[in-house]
Write a protein that binds this ligand. Structure first.
Ligand code: ISL
Ligand code: CA
Length: 543
């Protein structure tokens, strides 16, 4: 069986930063509709929409107050239906962001639960204070600090893995599991093709006993990828995703390859694909933070493990939580265009379903923030607070945060050089990157050498390249700067990809013996000569 999502090209839209049409400085659904033709021209066949639901924006929409409506700042349900219809008319499917590990504290369920109103009294994870008034255990969360918040109304603590305004739902309660099924069916009835499942491997807290170790995600061993979590996913697959043919991709933070296999192998009846993070943390000490030197050999080792460990999976470099990949693994200075194109070749020649993030196709860079007060992201501010509690000086704290902050991905889409970046006629909710004056969609649309037209070409080329669309993945060579891998089909069609992820000329020995024809490159080189120019990417057909 060859499901549609194996041939799809996904594009993630962060609606508030994509296209504003009413001048309020926030993107909206009519804005997405107005840009559908640009997405068709790129070669997009499916959209992942970050949350559009009513939200008080404690975590930019990942704190949901009503799962079955559209936040009026994004538009209306009628606008959404129009988007589904307009996208469908262009052969584009839509998946929604399903954020059900937690709700907003302004969700009616939580407001009823804190008043102990049945049946909502048991929808969340409430516990009395310890005898000394302290929280029920020593867990610390993703946004730093205790995962417990005291509630005056109920006179108990409630659990929140993220912000206190994001209370975790209680997945020991079958009524909660049933409520989520109703939400999924509501959106499937409106024509969505599936879901990107937020924090989907941390739903089931097996126990609330104290965690051990350093106070960063302390206690995670009690809720990361638990058996109870697998049971819930299998139930949803049995009740909804299977019968309705709904596609799912799960965000699986900190997941190991074995856990990923249990979550996504076809015979498991759980998720179709998962997003892991390993490949984005090669040059990081802890998650997205704490820069350390990049090493191409380590990147290839991690890709090899995941590409060979899962038969088919999602491949991505960017999303609304990740810094811009051309600033992260590329060179957003002298070799900006070459490195952005190299990263396009890397992403689009891996085995799996590619996910692009808005702006990646034009090589958008990190935002160049100069101080913490320019950041909106709750996580960045809380990381600064934690580092301050360790008495790190402000300059060092900022050095750790500036290039890892999620806001680097969240600045307005750079459509044109004009004020508001062609994104808004008003004041954008988050200031646009200063380089919009030259780095923008309009400047690249008709330029055959632009990053945008390179993405268009590679996305078109790969559809006809069987080794890329269905071949296996074998590592060929790597050192600190260069990596090479081979994609081959069972009937012997093959191509080898050579990437120089550095600003120096490289002469990797095996390239000298590489035979075959260059079928794609970011340099236009006519033939092989045993060298790779700075940031040069070559795809060689044949063995
Ligand atoms: O586990 C991680 C690996 O770094 C964390 O990044 C974690 O997976 C991630 O923070 C979860 O992100 C998702 O849920 C959050 C929201 O703030 C993010 O935007 C969303 O992508 C809470 O809903
Ligand atoms: Ca708007």
């Amino acid at each position: 069986m060859h499901p549609w999502w194996k041939d799809a090209v996904f594009y993630q839209i962060y609606p508030r930063s994509f296209q504003d049409t009413n001048g309020d400085g926030r993107g909206d659904i009519p804005g997405i509709i107005s840009r559908l033709d640009a997405l068709v021209k790129l070669g997009v066949t499916a959209l992942w929409l970050s949350p559009l639901y009513p939200s008080p924006d404690a975590d930019n929409g990942y704190d949901i107050a009503d799962y079955c409506d559209i936040d009026p700042r994004n538009g209306t349900l009628a606008d959404f239906d129009e988007l589904v219809a307009q996208a469908g008319a262009r052969g584009i499917r839509i998946i929604m962001d399903l954020v059900i590990n937690h709700t907003s504290n302004e969700h009616p369920w939580f407001q009823a639960s804190r008043r102990r109103e049945a049946p909502y009294d048991d929808y969340y994870i409430w516990r009395p204070a310890k005898a000394d008034g302290k929280p029920p255990n020593n867990w610390t969360g993703f946004f730093m600090g205790s995962t417990w918040q005291w509630d005056e109304v109920r006179g108990e603590y409630y659990l929140h893995l993220f912000d206190p305004k994001q209370p975790d739902l209680n997945y020991h309660n079958p009524a909660v599991i049933a409520e989520v099924e109703k939400v999924m069916n509501f959106w499937l009835d409106r024509g969505v093709a599936g879901f990107r499942c937020d924090v989907i491997t941390m739903l089931y807290k097996t126990s609330l006993k104290d965690g051990s170790g350093i106070p960063i995600l302390r206690g995670i061993e009690n809720y990361k990828t638990q058996e109870g979590n697998h049971e819930i996913l299998r139930q949803w697959h049995r009740d909804v995703w299977g019968p309705r043919g709904a596609f799912t991709v799960g965000e699986a933070g900190l997941v190991t390859l074995d856990e990923a296999r249990d979550l996504s192998l076809p015979d498991r009846g759980e998720l179709d694909l998962i997003f892991y993070f390993d490949h984005l943390e090669v040059d990081r000490l802890l998650s997205r933070y704490g820069p350390k030197p990049f090493n191409a050999a380590e990147l290839l080792r991690r890709f090899t493990s995941w590409q060979q460990g899962l038969d088919w999976n999602a491949v991505y470099f960017e999303n609304h939580d990740q810094p811009r990949i051309v600033s992260h693994y590329g060179d957003d200075g002298r070799y900006w265009a070459m490195s952005a194109k190299l990263l396009a070749v890397l992403l689009l020649t891996l085995r799996g379903t590619p996910f692009l993030f808005q702006g990646q196709e034009i090589g958008m860079t990190n935002a160049g923030f100069t101080s913490l007060d320019q950041l909106d992201d709750i996580e960045s501010h809380n990381v600064d607070g934690l580092l301050k509690s360790f008495h790190l000086p402000r300059r060092l704290r900022w050095w750790i945060i500036r290039n890892s902050s999620r806001d680097n991905a969240r600045t307005p889409m750079q459509w044109s050089a004009g004020p508001g970046a062609g994104f808004t006629t008003g004041t954008p909710w988050l200031r646009a990157n200063a380089n919009t004056n030259w780095l923008n969609y309009d400047a690249q649309d008709d330029d055959p050498d632009s990053v945008l037209n390179f993405y268009r070409r590679v996305l078109q080329w790969r559809r006809g390249c069987e080794p890329v669309m269905s071949g296996n993945f074998e590592p060929v060579y790597s050192d600190r700067a260069v990596l090479a891998y081979r994609r081959a089909t069972d009937d012997g069609q093959a191509c080898t990809i050579w990437l120089n992820m550095s600003g120096k000329v490289r002469r990797p020995k095996p390239l000298g013996a590489q035979a075959g024809r260059i079928v794609l490159s970011n340099s236009g080189r006519p033939e092989l000569d045993g060298t790779l120019q700075p940031w040069e990417a070559l795809v060689v057909a044949g063995n």
